[in-house]
Design a protein around this ligand. Structure first.
Ligand code: T6T
Length: 317
């Protein structure tokens, strides 16, 4: 299996960031607004961000909505107007509807840095740090091709919510690459799960009933992966339908070990958080800022997962 891709932290799209100032900034408060509470991907990102802030002598506070939902995330951003941090690091939960609140905070002089997800409007953030999600989807398709080794069959793609920049790129990258790497496999299309594991489980059991030649499922993130594994278990199809997931939560890692997943495409959220803080501080201090930064991705299988355990996500720092 293809082992890894990305890993270009610090290497692309450097752009000038104005004059460097000798005086230390008075405001050294950063805010991180992630996509949803209590989720290992964002907890790992927060750990990386907190460590980098501490090292640089900055403070960082993290907030999150109860659900991955822009109607719950937008008021958190609006309320930051009263606090006026020096920078906002944010994983926007919708690539369009979060734009007004993010623009408003930017117009107050707060530096805006996107971590993981991004707006379609590239004029708001000073920097965006993300996995190369298209490449992640391609890696998932190449992995699916190897797992099914020339057999024919149908493949289901599970996305989260429409408007999520990252998972949309993964689904697109997967479908395009599948045509090239596995011409015998046919995608039955992308289905949305609203980022709810129970919906993902139900979509998998429905596809098993309606599509007798279902050979694989690509789950584009943590919640769809965990739900897809549940669906395969309840239908008694573990190991018969190949499951390639994204992310590496404790439950997904356990599922990989137990054979419910055949592969996971793991991200490096701690590195995304760390790079987000470094770019925020560069923007605040008038130093050069990199507009786009790509973080590493790696494919994990049962055979090699323990050699790559540093990619497993954390539930606390
Ligand atoms: O896959 C990550 C993240 O990259 C994506 O944007 C949203 O879902 C996760 O947080 C995992 O649930």
């Amino acid at each position: 299996l293809v082992a890894a891709c990305g890993g270009q932290i610090g290497q692309n799209n450097s752009s000038g960031g104005g004059q460097s100032s000798a005086a230390a900034p008075a405001n050294k408060n950063l805010e991180l607004v992630v996509g949803v509470k209590n989720e290992p991907f964002y907890i790992s990102m927060q750990c990386g961000a907190e460590a980098a802030a501490k090292e640089a002598g900055y403070t960082i506070t993290t907030q999150a909505p109860d659900k991955f939902d822009p109607t719950l995330q937008a008021p958190i951003v609006t309320a930051l107007g009263a606090k006026k941090p020096a920078a906002l690091l944010i994983a926007p939960t919708d690539d369009k509807t979060m734009a007004p609140q993010m623009k408003q905070i930017k117009d107050m002089g707060v530096k805006v840095i996107e971590v993981d997800t991004a707006l379609q409007d590239t004029s708001v953030a000073a920097s965006s740090i993300s996995s190369d999600n298209t490449q992640g989807g391609q890696l998932a398709a190449q992995t699916m091709a190897k797992l099914t080794s020339g057999k024919s069959g149908s493949v289901l793609v599970l996305d989260t919510k429409a408007g999520t920049s990252t998972t949309a790129a993964r689904a697109k990258g997967f479908e395009e690459e599948l045509k090239k790497s596995a011409p015998n496999l046919k995608s039955i299309g992308v289905q949305f799960t609203e980022n709810e594991p129970s919906v993902a489980a139900q979509k998998v059991t429905a596809a098993i009933s309606s599509t007798p030649d279902l050979i694989g499922v690509f789950a584009t993130n943590l919640n769809t992966g965990e739900g897809a594994a549940t669906g395969l278990r309840s239908a008694g199809k573990v190991g018969q339908v190949q499951l390639v997931g994204f992310d590496a939560s404790p439950s997904e890692v356990e599922g990989l070990r137990a054979g419910a997943f055949q592969a996971l495409i793991a991200q490096d959220p701690a590195t995304i958080g760390k790079a987000g803080v470094q770019q925020a501080i560069a923007a605040i201090e008038g130093k050069p800022v990199q507009r786009n930064i790509s973080a590493p991705l790696v494919a994990l299988t049962k055979d090699d997962m323990d050699q790559k355990a540093e990619f497993f996500y954390k539930t606390k720092c």
